[in-house]
Ligand binder design. Structure first.
Ligand SMILES: [Zn+2]
Ligand SMILES: [Zn+2]
Length: 326
């Protein structure tokens, strides 16, 4: 096991790189200390290696487990939410998450959930061949060990000031990457813990997910405009490194999606195409199943946004949906 890199940054925020699968490679967990103990923001996906990694981190920093007074979650994805139940099982600390994000966690991870069959149905209706959709249920199942046990959670309300360390942070709920995603803003020091809402270098995945937000790209772009209003000196993201120029990054992401919308509209100008055909044309063919799932969900998020904007219409024939530019 590779021991995680620990970076003691400014503002008494410690960045811990917790391992996760390719292509992201690590998720940033943040340890934030205060007079009554520590908080961990996004502890990472559960695995035997990551449990050991955390034990090593806490030993190295001289932080006894009982001094961790809360786990704070930006969103429900396994790379962020995963170990929260494992921490809570040991010390019973509260796990903070938004109400909407918990609903997403339940839709994805609760016993007897229909997330896999719903996704197969959605992708099949948008033209994905059966030899691919048939592999999705086992693929989604493979994430379950990363998120057990489920934590007992306490809700964070949007707009609430939450104490993390000795500072108060404004909770800002924006959706699109994940419904119910929370970023945390510290106004005196102008810091933003932004989870996966805004990432440096990478464009956060925007997914159309069955049973969740029907207009994820619209939600995401609205959230970017909202986050771009804040005066931020340093942003602490869920992946890659802390970065400055937060507002500039929100503007670049807005532009990126405008370009993606245009590229998809161009793909359906000559003839109607299914979501799968648009996806195959825009993303390269060497994708793993995991990457293909994200590419397909991202394509559908853009196509339904074009439809909502009146720039595309859908047709359905024999149960298969295709889109054409208006
Ligand atoms: Zn995420
Ligand atoms: Zn993530």
């Amino acid at each position: 096991m590779k021991l995680p890199e620990i970076t003691r940054g400014e503002h008494e925020i410690i960045q811990v790189k917790i391992a996760m699968s390719y292509p992201l490679r690590w998720v940033n967990s943040y340890l934030i200390g205060g007079s009554s103990g520590w908080s961990i923001v996004d502890p990472g996906p559960r695995s035997a290696d990551n449990e050991q990694a955390w034990q090593h981190v806490l030993d190295t920093l001289g932080i006894p487990l009982p001094t961790i007074r809360s786990i704070v979650l930006t969103h429900h994805h396994p790379d962020h939410y995963g170990l929260s139940g494992w921490f809570q099982q040991q010390c019973g600390m509260p796990v903070w998450i938004s109400e909407r994000a918990l609903a997403e966690a339940n839709r994805s991870w609760s016993r007897g959930n229909t997330a896999a069959s719903d996704l197969v149905h959605l992708f099949a209706s948008h033209g994905m061949p059966e030899e691919i959709t048939s592999r999705l249920p086992a693929h989604l199942d493979s994430f379950v060990p990363q998120v057990v046990p489920q934590p007992e959670v306490t809700f964070i309300q949007p707009g609430q000031m939450l104490e993390i360390g000795d500072r108060l942070w404004e909770t800002i709920e924006t959706s699109g990457h994940a419904a119910g995603h929370i970023s945390f803003y510290q106004p005196e020091q102008r810091l933003m813990l932004c989870g996966d809402a805004v990432l440096p270098q990478i464009s956060p995945n925007i997914s159309l997910v069955p049973g969740s937000d029907p207009s994820p790209l619209e939600s995401y772009l609205t959230g970017l405009r909202q986050l771009g209003q804040y005066e931020v000196d340093l942003a602490y993201p869920g992946h890659r490194r802390p970065f400055t120029h937060f507002r500039d990054r929100t503007e670049k992401l807005l532009l990126h999606h405008e370009e993606r919308l245009q590229a998809m509209e161009d793909r359906i100008r000559d003839q109607p195409r299914t979501g799968y055909e648009v996806c195959s044309g825009l993303f390269n063919n060497e994708l793993t199943l995991h990457q293909l799932r994200f590419a397909m969900s991202e394509t559908l998020a853009h196509l339904v946004e074009l439809e909502r904007l009146g720039r595309a219409v859908r047709q359905e024939q024999g149960g298969i949906i295709s889109f054409s530019a208006k």
